[in-house]
Design a protein around this ligand. Structure first.
Ligand SMILES: *[C@@H]1O[C@H](CO)[C@@H](O)[C@H](O)[C@H]1NC(C)=O
Ligand SMILES: *[C@@H]1O[C@H](CO)[C@@H](O)[C@H](O)[C@H]1NC(C)=O
Ligand SMILES: *[C@@H]1O[C@H](CO)[C@@H](O)[C@H](O)[C@H]1NC(C)=O
Ligand SMILES: *[C@@H]1O[C@H](CO)[C@@H](O)[C@H](O)[C@H]1NC(C)=O
Ligand SMILES: *[C@@H]1O[C@H](CO)[C@@H](O)[C@H](O)[C@H]1NC(C)=O
Length: 435
């Protein structure tokens, strides 16, 4: 009798609302419980009766009209398409408005998920992480193999009262942590407390490797820590002492190396500070050695190294200065007189820091031409070859770097084969004025 009541209720529901019933046992059971039915789905007659036949939707049936009210075409994968193609097997979809009342579906789904709308008023459960099923009723198993975080070594002084080493292990389910000494049982003064290895009154016999194992039902991880025991009297404790130069001079655009030589026990840790800035731009620090690349005036100033250990701390200042040299000539071009058409080399070498750049200029006596006559440049610019010696004038060599300019001049006297004495005289007089 209940089945009939339930079937009638369902039919009424179908006539008044576009409607689909959840396909999962829980949903159906809950729905049926709410409507008072126990084996509604057994009553498959209701489906063919309203037009959902195993061959499809019966023409002229309620189901056909119902489908037509949705425009006749049903999106693939939609509720009705499923319903239609299933031919009586109910799809895993839920109609929110009705089932909230009738089956408290939204409540079922809402415990571990939310109802979402995918077609009109039809709903489906969107499950929270870790839950699956049409009503989010299945808890997905979440597991994680253990991961251990453990220091690689620890140094202690013989006689230390208590040493603890933590083996932090993560995993789902929470892993079980065990400590062992490699190939041996823990010595009497070594214990495991929780995930800690605890060693009391450390002796030389305690040195070696200790193994931490973390295990859960999905995996095992193992890590080792080396315990280094140093003798008590091996070295006297001493506060840090620094020796460092008070000034370091470095040429522009080279690297500066500031060195603090540090003694002390236990081994002091070293920090560097720079008076102009919190951070030292471009610096590479390796303990007591600070390397600053490509020095410019920006990096000059006061640097401080600070060394500390358990006993004390100490600091030393180093002033960094950048040096430079303006260009100076080592050799300058020599005046020369020669015949037209015969080539001649003029050289000009300058030192300086940064290395100066050499440029050549020419000014002609006769027609104030300031263009270099036909020439070749040799030795990276240090040598110019006037290939034709076509013109008399002043040849200027200019050496330039960021910190200065130096110039050197040489007279170039050219004898034209057909020139007369008067012309030569004129040229020499003029050149003397210039020189
Ligand atoms: C000890 O551990 C530190 C850091 O954990 C590491 O830098 C060092 O190399 C280790 N020393 C030895 C002897 O394994
Ligand atoms: C460690 O030494 C202290 C003092 O000598 C002693 O009281 C304590 O019992 C010792 N602990 C172990 C585990 O040997
Ligand atoms: C300090 O260093 C930062 C980062 O290197 C740099 O941007 C800033 O210009 C520096 N300030 C001075 C005053 O040198
Ligand atoms: C050094 O710095 C100068 C000026 O900032 C730059 O022109 C030059 O390329 C740098 N040299 C190196 C080797 O980084
Ligand atoms: C000038 O020097 C270049 C390079 O050293 C050389 O090849 C050339 O023959 C020289 N010219 C004269 C005229 O000495």
């Amino acid at each position: 009798m209940n089945n009939i009541i339930c079937a009638v209720l369902l039919a009424v529901l179908m006539l008044t609302h576009p409607f689909c019933v959840g396909g999962v046992t829980l949903c159906i059971a809950s729905c049926l419980a709410a409507v008072g039915g126990t084996a509604l789905l057994g009553t498959t007659a209701i489906l063919p009766a309203i037009g959902f036949a195993s061959s499809g939707i019966t023409a002229g049936s309620w189901a056909a009209a119902w489908m037509a009210s949705f425009g006749g075409s049903v999106p693939a994968g939609g509720c009705f398409a499923l319903f239609q193609s299933a031919g009586g097997v109910l799809p895993p979809l839920i109609e929110e408005a009705d089932l909230t009342d009738w089956c408290q579906m939204s409540l079922i789904c809402g415990r571990h998920g939310n109802l979402i709308h995918i077609l009109g008023s039809l709903g489906r459960c969107l499950c929270n992480e870790g839950f699956t099923g049409s009503c989010c009723e299945t808890r997905a198993p979440v597991t994680k193999t253990p991961i251990i975080t453990l220091i690689s070594n620890k140094t202690v002084v013989e006689g230390t009262a208590v040493v603890t080493i933590a083996c932090n292990a993560e995993g789902i389910p929470a892993p079980v942590v065990t400590w062992e000494e490699i190939d041996a049982k823990l010595q009497p003064n070594v214990r495991q407390i929780g995930h800690f290895l605890v060693i009391e009154n450390v002796t030389m016999a305690n040195k070696g490797y200790y193994i931490c194992t973390a295990k859960n039902r999905v995996g095992t991880e193992i890590k080792a820590v080396r315990l280094i025991v140093t003798t008590k009297t091996s070295r006297p404790y001493a506060a840090p002492v620094i020796s460092a130069p008070s000034t370091v001079k470095v040429r522009y655009y080279t690297d500066a190396r500031l060195v603090c030589t540090i003694t002390g026990y236990p081994e002091p840790t070293v920090k560097w500070e720079y008076s102009k800035n919190k951070t030292i731009p471009g610096a590479k620090i390796s303990g007591g050695i600070l390397v600053i690349p490509n020095i410019t005036s920006e990096a000059t100033g006061l640097y401080t190294c600070i060394a500390s250990n358990d006993i004390g701390s100490s600091r030393a200042n180093i002033m960094l200065e950048a040096t430079y040299e303006s260009p100076k000539f080592v050799s300058s071009p020599q005046s020369y007189s020669g015949n037209t058409g015969a080539p001649h080399n003029f050289t000009c070498t300058a030192t300086g820091h940064p290395v100066p750049k050499i440029t050549w200029m020419f000014s002609s006596f006769s027609n104030h031409i300031n263009k270099l006559p036909q020439h070749k440049i040799h030795r990276n610019g240090d040598m110019i070859e006037l290939v034709n010696m076509e013109e008399s004038g002043i040849l200027t060599c200019k050496a330039t770097n960021a910190f200065g300019i130096a110039t050197a001049k040489a007279q170039v006297i050219v004898h034209h084969s057909d020139c007369n004495h008067a012309q030569i005289f004129y040229v020499i007089k003029k050149s003397q004025k210039v020189g």
